[in-house]
Every structure is written in C-alpha cells, then in structure tokens.
Design a protein around this ligand. Structure first.
Ligand code: CTP
Ligand code: MG
Length: 227
C-alpha cells in the first residue's frame, strides 16, 4: 500500500541548544535528518517525500540531500512559524490523492513495519496514528498540587507518523486555519472535524530527539538496532 510523506524539518531545535538546527547533529556520522529520510527513501511503498525546511538551512540541507542521494523528494517548501504552518505549506504542494503521512524529522527510529501497519489502518479507517501506552502513573497538577490521578489504562503517548486520507487532512488543516486553531499534533485537527482517529501501537524506541540527553538514548537505540 503506497503513501506519500510530509516531513517537517523547519524547526530551530532550541531545546537541544546545539546552536544550529538539531537535525544537523550526527549519529554514527550521519545527520539526524538523513537517518529519517533514509527510512522513507528505502521503503518501496513511499512514493514521495515533501520536506519543510527553514530558509536558513536551505543550502546545507540541499547539499546533504545530494550527498546522500535522497531521490524521492517531490517538494521542498519553506517552513512556517509553527510546526503546523510548516506542514500546511507542504500539504498545499501534495497533488495526488491517497494516504499522506506526517512524520517529524526529529524521529529517526521509526521502522518500516510500523509505517506499513499504520498505512494499512489508514486505508480502511481514514485516520490513524502511532503511539505507546503510558508506563508511568499520570496525575493532573495545578499550582504544584495534585488535583487528580488520571486512569492510566486509557492514556497513550502519541508519536508520529500520523496517517490520513489526503482529502481529510487538507480539510482539517483548512478548518484549523480558518479557526486560528493550533494543535500539538495533526490528529487533533482531524478530531475537530468529528472524525474518529484509530490508535496503532508502536514502540518505545521511536523517540523524538528534543533535549541533549535524548542523544545519549539515541546512541543506545542505534547500537541496539545494529546488534
Ligand atoms: N518543525 C517545523 N517547523 C516549525 C517547528 C518545528 O517543521 N516551525 C519541525 C521540527 O524540525 C521537528 C518537528 O517539527 O522535526 C518537531 O518539532 P520539535 O521537536 O519541537 O523541533 P524544534 O521546533 O526544532 O525544536 P524546539 O521546539 O526545541 O525549538
Ligand atoms: Mg518545536
């Protein structure tokens, strides 16, 4: 089952504090951006990659794309202020119908089998996201005081990719734009249309590289994947 993927890569990586876009940081001598792009480049079901990039990174990213022979990029768009703006820009350049994935460039450990399971689910359900059950006890806290212990069995930690039928995703983004709604993920925009989103169980390795200690975990995950 084929799909196209939008990859937002236009952030600044402020929490990583590397003084540059965190996606340029190397793991095993390969930039994080390229690790992520390789997953889709090497997946025969992926028909096109749409990448949102920060204008400041444009020449460096283009050099890397050439160097690592990433051939599936069909669109390269300037990012926006928020992640959602970057994805909206990219979405407007996707022309064909079918299943569209959104996947953060900062999650290099997504596996092909999980992508396929997600795409298969989206084919029948129209909207599917990947996540893992919460392991820790979760509480609501206000002004430093616990106000509620939330029932853990219903809580999931949400990751990307998130997969949608193209027509549905564009409708959700257009409505969010009209309403000036900013969500923390793509599915939340689709949920606002009253459409059900199906959860697919992924794995705990699919972390988003956000702060410096995540790079230590990243080295361990890479090593585990090679062994
Ligand atoms: N992203 C984007 N456009 C933005 C902001 C973020 O395309 N305006 C992308 C990032 O490049 C990243 C993904 O969205 O691949 C998830 O964002 P996050 O992990 O928050 O990355 P940054 O925004 O770069 O990091 P920070 O929030 O620490 O600055
Ligand atoms: Mg951010």
């Amino acid at each position: 089952m084929t799909y196209q993927v939008i990859i937002p890569a236009a952030g600044q990586g402020k929490r990583m504090g590397a003084g540059k876009n965190k996606l340029l940081i190397e793991l095993n001598q390969i930039p994080i951006l390229i690790h992520t792009l390789f997953v889709f480049e090497n997946d025969e079901d992926c028909e096109g990659i749409f990448l949102a990039i920060h204008p400041e990174d444009e020449s460096e990213f283009k050099t890397l794309i050439r160097k690592y022979k990433i051939s599936k990029i069909k669109g390269l768009v300037p990012g926006g202020k928020e992640r959602q703006d970057s994805i909206y820009h990219a979405l407007q350049t996707v022309r064909e119908d079918g299943i569209v994935l959104v996947h953060d460039a900062a999650r290099p450990f997504i596996k092909k089998e999980q992508i396929h399971l997600l795409v298969e689910t989206a084919e029948t359900k129209d909207a599917a996201i990947i996540g893992v059950p919460a392991k820790d006890t979760m509480k609501k806290v206000q002004n430093g005081i616990v106000t509620e212990t939330v029932e853990r069995s219903s809580l999931w930690i949400v990751q990307t990719p998130q997969a949608f039928r193209f027509a549905l995703l564009i409708k959700a983004y257009e409505k969010a734009e009209r309403d000036h709604f900013i969500g923390t993920d793509d599915a939340s925009l689709v949920e606002r249309l009253g459409v059900s989103v199906t959860m697919v169980e992924g794995d705990y390795d699919n972390i988003k590289l956000t702060t410096p200690e995540d790079l230590i975990f990243a080295d361990v995950i890479l090593k585990k994947n090679v062994d």
